[in-house]
Design a binder for this molecule. Structure first.
Ligand SMILES: [Zn+2]
Length: 381
């Protein structure tokens, strides 16, 4: 199915909300969440006390975030080898997030997940190796307790080893949880592997949270909560996948929908939004589809450009394009990984339908009702 996906330009609409500033590294947009900047400033301010120079502290903190970024690039590079594009890397206070255009499957997942911690192990190992060759008697506790400019490299090394170990905790959404799932999936069905890995993740989070509470370590409680929620989300997604089974897109898609013309204005689009229950509109240029105007993009452009601007300026040219024979479960994952917009369904080059998360759930509900009725009729006869 991947062959059906066109080479897309940079996504302009589907990126992570709440980011402030971005740079591009190897063609991948790296965006910074606004809370990321708050934590950088906070760390520099509290870190400037003690024996370190302000420059040393700044360098230390920037190196840690640089290490997190290299970790995410590790995921991105291996994903690229499996022809999975990285939509963006988002830097958050708790670490980074590499958003891939589709989730890696089976064996791919193992290599993509392990690449991140491997980067930190290499950096940490190298820095510690240099320290050891330089005759430094390895006593990490003293460096961390007495940070100064001369043990900067060693502290960056230890932080990288910590990042590697922390990410290898076998619990979703840590890399270790994904590695565990891909290993389990070698011997059992994917859904069962996900459920087992999720259960282990929730169990570990519960133990970690309890320990954090007893030890008064609230950072640990926070991390445990984050892991618990992540594991639960994976489980819910896996249950939904199982419910969808091997259905294809064709019977679930919307075939009666309205389109816009690329010469239309945002005002025309807003009228259509009010007149219909549709949220996203394909934008046509003659017989072919030039883009997709989502409700969010329409409202945003309306606020910044005004109602007389053209829809062509606000539409997403990078929309999701799938054939009617695509597996529903895969398309649902693709829609979710792009922050819940919709997919356009093409038969050869003709637009034949649209698929949104809502109409997938309607389709599933109707299917369950039909099955229940069929079951009742069989019992009655
Ligand atoms: Zn990672």
């Amino acid at each position: 199915m991947d062959e059906q996906l066109p080479t897309r330009q940079k996504p302009n609409d589907a990126h992570f909300p709440g980011t402030l500033g971005s740079v591009e590294v190897f063609g991948i947009p790296v965006r910074f969440h606004f809370t990321f900047w708050l934590i950088v400033v906070y760390l520099i301010v509290i870190g400037s006390r003690g024996q370190q120079s302000a420059a040393g502290t700044t360098l230390y903190i920037l190196s840690i975030f640089g290490s997190v970024l290299l970790h995410e690039l590790g995921h991105a590079v291996v994903a690229h080898r499996f022809r999975i594009r990285t939509l963006e890397i988002v830097m958050l206070p708790i670490g980074g997030l590499a958003r891939l255009e589709r989730p890696p499957r089976g064996r791919e997942e193992f290599w993509v997940a392990i690449a991140g911690p491997a980067v930190n192990l290499i950096i940490g190992g190298a820095l510690m190796g240099f320290a050891w060759l330089g005759g430094n008697s390895l006593a990490p506790e003293t460096w961390m307790a007495q940070p100064n400019d001369s043990n900067l490299a060693e502290r960056i090394g230890i932080a990288n080893l910590f990042l590697a170990v922390f990410n290898l905790i076998p619990a979703f959404p840590m890399d270790g949880g994904r590695i565990l799932r891909s290993l389990l999936a070698r011997w059992r069905p994917e859904n069962e592997a996900t459920r087992t890995a999720a259960r282990i993740g929730m169990g570990m989070a519960a133990i970690m949270g309890l320990y954090g509470l007893l030890a008064g370590n609230f950072f640990l409680v926070f991390i445990a909560f984050f892991i618990y929620v992540g594991a639960m989300q994976e489980r819910v997604a896996s249950d939904q996948q199982e419910l969808i089974g091997s259905e294809i897109v064709q019977p679930a898609m919307v075939t009666d929908f309205r389109t816009l013309n690329h010469g239309d204005t945002l005002k025309d689009a807003a009228n259509l939004l009010l007149a219909t229950t549709q949220q996203d509109f394909p934008v046509m240029a003659g017989q072919s589809v030039a883009g997709l105007l989502t409700r969010q993009a329409m409202l945003r452009a309306m606020a910044s450009e005004g109602p007389e601007a053209y829809v062509a300026g606000a539409m997403d040219r990078d929309f999701l394009r799938v054939p009617p024979s695509a597996l529903l479960s895969e398309v649902v994952q693709l829609i979710a990984s792009r922050q819940g917009s919709c997919a356009l369904v093409f038969e050869d080059d003709t637009l034949v339908g649209m698929l949104t998360a809502e109409n997938v759930s309607e389709f599933l509900i109707l299917r369950e009702i039909r099955r229940a009725r069929d079951g009742a009729r069989e019992q009655g006869s």
